[in-house]
Each structure stands twice: as C-alpha cells, then as structure tokens.
Design a protein around this ligand. Structure first.
Ligand SMILES: NC(=O)c1ccc[n+]([C@@H]2O[C@H](COP(=O)([O-])OP(=O)(O)OC[C@H]3O[C@@H](n4cnc5c(N)ncnc54)[C@H](O)[C@@H]3O)[C@@H](O)[C@H]2O)c1
Length: 429
C-alpha cells in the first residue's frame, strides 16, 4: 500500500482512493525527435506537445536555429545537434526519425540497438538489403516500430472499413485497378516538383519521387491485399528542377510565434524557386502490380508540371470488379457502387455509397478542422505511444513497411532487368 502525505489531517490511500477522487497516474513516454524539418514542425511536434502520455524530451537537428525554434515553439526539454550524442545523453524511450531518407537506416539501427522504440518516416529504406537489416534489428531488439506512412494503412478506420467491404465481396471478383500518384499537386499552385528538400527528395539516396510516394503502393495494398509481383518501367525524366532555398525555411521558423502556425507548406508554395537542383533518383515510374488475389493493375508515380482539365489527370485509385466499382477521390474519401447493396450502410439517389472526406485528412492541423479527421502523423504518434504503454504490436509495423518498400524496390529491379520481379514478402492483412 502506498500512502501520500497531503497535510496534517488528510491522507490518500492510493489503492483505495485513486479511482474515487479521479487521480490518474499518467506515465509519459519520453520522445526524442531527430530532424526538425518541415514534417516535424508542421505535423508531429504540434501534436506531441499536447499528448497526455508523451513528452518531447529532446530534439536534434544539424542546424542549431531549428532546434532552438523547436525548444521555443514546442517546449522541447533539451536540444542536440548530433544524433549520436542525443542517443547517448538524453533519457529517451522512443525516437521519431524525421530526417531525409539517406539517414533512416543508420539512425534506426543505432536507436534500436540502444533499446529505443522508433517511428520511421517514409521511406523505410530504398533497397531491400537495408529494409531487411532494419526489420531484423527491430525484431531482435523487441522494440515497437511504426513504419510511415500510416495514412493508407488499416490504422485509418475508413481504410480498414473499405478493406473489410472488399473482403466481404462488395466488388465481386476484382478485374483490374489503376492509380496515378502525382505528389503535392493538391497544394494549389504547387504543381510539379517538391518545392524544397534537396536531401529529402532529389539526392541519389532519397529514392526520388518514387520513394517519396509510398502512399501509392500502400493505398493499393490497404484495400486490395498483398502484392505478388511487379513489372515496371522507371526513369529519371526531368533532371533539371528548381526549389526554394533552404534558408527560407529558417526565416519562416524564426518568424513563427504560434506552434499551430508552423506549417511551412502554407508559405513555401508561394515562394520563388530560385535554387537549381538536379534529380538524381527515379522521378517517374510505371508499375504493373500483380496481386495475390489473382488480378493486376497499373500504378504510376510521377509529377505533373502544368495544369490539367477538371475531371482529368493521372487519377486516384480506381478498382473495377464483377459486382461493383471502388473509386477514391471526386470530393469523397472513397465511393462504392455495387450490386451487393446488402453490404453498404447507405446509398445516395444514384446508388453510390460514399465515405465522406473528413476534413483535409493528411494535412489537418491542430486543432483538427473536422472532428474525427484522420491525420496520419497524429494517429501514428498516438498509436506508437499506446503500443509501448500497452505492449501491443503496431498496425503499420515492420511487415507492413517491408511489403510496401519491396513494391517500390521491385519497381526499380524490374525496370533494371526487364524481368518480372517476384515479391518475397507478404502480409496476412
Ligand atoms: N514534409 C512533408 O510534408 C513530409 C510528409 C511526409 C513525410 N515526409 C518525410 O519526412 C522526412 C523529412 O522530410 P522533411 O520534409 O521534413 O525534410 P526537411 O529537409 O525539411 O527536414 C529534414 C531535417 O533533417 C535535418 N537533418 C539532416 N541530416 C541530419 C542529421 N544527420 N542529424 C540531424 N538532423 C539532420 C535537416 O537539417 C532538416 O532540418 C523525409 O523522409 C520525407 O520523405 C515529409
């Protein structure tokens, strides 16, 4: 029995009184964030600072101005400019790896060998040797790991619901599917290439736009199940690009006073792109994915540099089956038309079942514009902490990450050899 002395004539019996008087013992998971760039300041840190059961124990970036801003804006308790020093000196339970892709493998290996749980921003790796090395290290260490992006994973209740409908036969036998992923064109004027981030999106070890958009294979797998093989054509199609100079990000952060207004995307799309940058990795890939369910479809990842006409473009995921069609986009999260009306909760006048777009899902800021909007950065932060506290296996776990990563690596390999690439990983999902 534990006794707390709260004054001369009043004591609390922790075992007896804790529920009655509503005291909650909250264990806080101590988080270290490496990489204080755009994804950290726009999405993760504004959420982490508000979590009941987590604290931002340390932040780390090569650029001191960025760590200073994160201490000032998000209340990070300590700051480092060397990752390995943070690992050694800070008392951390988990590391959020939010740096450019080239660092994900060494940073993950160092974190898990120190017994830390990890959240790894996408891509997990850009080749299967690295991906398998990370996966093995995580399993051996017995730590929890979330592999982003979780946006098109069953962590999103809408995605889990769609997968269940497909399993129940809402589309009948699937005939074919198609998906065109063009990246950040949804940011109004930001047609074309990523407006910043030489290391994150253009360098040879970034994986290029192919590995910037694991959302595409994840979207396919999340509703249609695992992939069996890949035939592909991949290229560097547009070598000369231009981006906003990196210093603009630091200018932006220095001027932010409200942590809810630290989303650089709101500013960068309108800034002049004066810095030339060469694309050194694949920016254009067509993959023909054969799925374990016995059907195939095409997936294109690339960029569109000029406007398209309304209703056209490279296209969200569309799936066509003997009993119905499933269409993502068009103002909804997803819509289904099916002869299996018994499986659909409600239909509009034209017979479609719509899952509404709940806010601007992936870009939703804090506080969320629409109650219940799924913001993947927030959802995975909370999920990792919950999985640590409750000793549960995360949903977008190592197996998930390995399979999505192999779909992109398979694209590279098939394009290189001209042969079909047979997947070596699968999912029970
Ligand atoms: N920006 C987004 O909207 C977004 C969305 C989803 C995922 N991501 C992913 O997040 C990751 C980071 O992207 P970003 O847009 O934040 O890039 P960024 O370039 O804005 O940020 C990366 C940060 O990492 C720091 N860094 C680089 N090497 C380091 C090292 N050795 N030690 C410590 N810090 C180091 C850089 O100084 C920079 O501040 C990428 O893998 C990207 O694919 C970004």
């Amino acid at each position: 029995m534990t006794w707390i002395d709260v004054g001369a004539d009043f004591t609390i019996d922790m075992d007896r009184d804790i529920d009655r008087i509503g005291i909650k013992m909250t264990q806080k998971i101590k988080i270290g964030v490496v990489g204080c760039g755009v994804v950290a300041t726009a999405y993760y840190l504004p959420y982490l600072m508000r979590m009941d059961n987590a604290e931002i124990t340390a932040v780390c970036d090569l650029v001191p101005a960025r760590t200073d801003s994160c201490v000032r804006l998000f209340g990070a308790k300590s700051a480092y400019n060397d990752y390995y020093e943070m690992l050694e000196k800070a008392d951390l339970d988990a590391i959020f790896i939010l740096t450019a892709p080239g660092t994900h493998v060494p940073f993950t290996l160092a974190a898990v060998s120190a017994g830390k749980h990890v959240l790894i921003q996408k891509p997990m790796a850009t080749n299967m040797t690295d991906a398998r090395t990370i996966a093995q290290a995580i399993r051996t260490a017995g730590v929890k790991a979330i592999i982003e992006p979780s946006s098109q994973s069953p962590l999103d209740p809408d995605v889990a619901h769609l997968r269940e409908l497909v399993r129940q036969g809402v589309l009948g036998d699937i005939l074919w599917f198609s998906l065109g992923a063009t990246g950040p064109t949804s940011y109004g004027p930001a047609l074309g290439n990523n407006p910043y981030g030489q290391a994150a999106f253009y360098a040879a070890d970034s994986g290029g736009f192919l590995f910037d958009l694991p959302y595409a294979p994840a979207n396919i797998v999340s509703v249609l199940g695992p992939c069996a093989s890949v035939m592909a054509h991949a290229s560097i199609s547009n070598v000369q690009n231009s981006i906003v100079p990196e210093s603009e990000y630091d200018n932006f952060l220095a001027g932010v006073t409200d942590p809810n207004q630290a989303n650089y995307w709101d500013a960068v799309v309108d800034l002049p792109r004066t810095q030339p940058v060469r694309m050194q990795a694949v920016d254009n890939a067509y993959s023909l994915y054969e799925m374990r369910g016995g059907f195939a479809g095409a997936c294109h990842v690339g960029r569109i540099y000029h406007p398209v006409l309304p209703g056209t473009g490279s296209g969200s995921l569309q799936v066509f089956g003997t009993e119905g069609n499933l269409i993502f986009g068009a103002g909804y999260s997803a819509s289904i038309i099916s002869t299996r009306k018994d499986l659909l909760p409600q239909l509009d006048d034209d017979g479609w079942y719509h899952i509404p777009l709940r806010g601007d899902r992936s870009k939703a800021k804090w506080p969320q514009p629409t109650p219940g909007a799924f913001n993947y950065y927030h959802a995975s932060s909370q999920h990792l902490v919950d999985c640590i506290l409750e000793d549960r296996e995360p949903i977008p776990n190592v197996d998930w990450g390995l399979h999505i990563t192999e779909m992109m690596c398979g694209t590279l390999e098939s394009s290189r050899t001209g042969q079909k690439y047979a997947m070596t990983t699968t999912l029970t999902y």
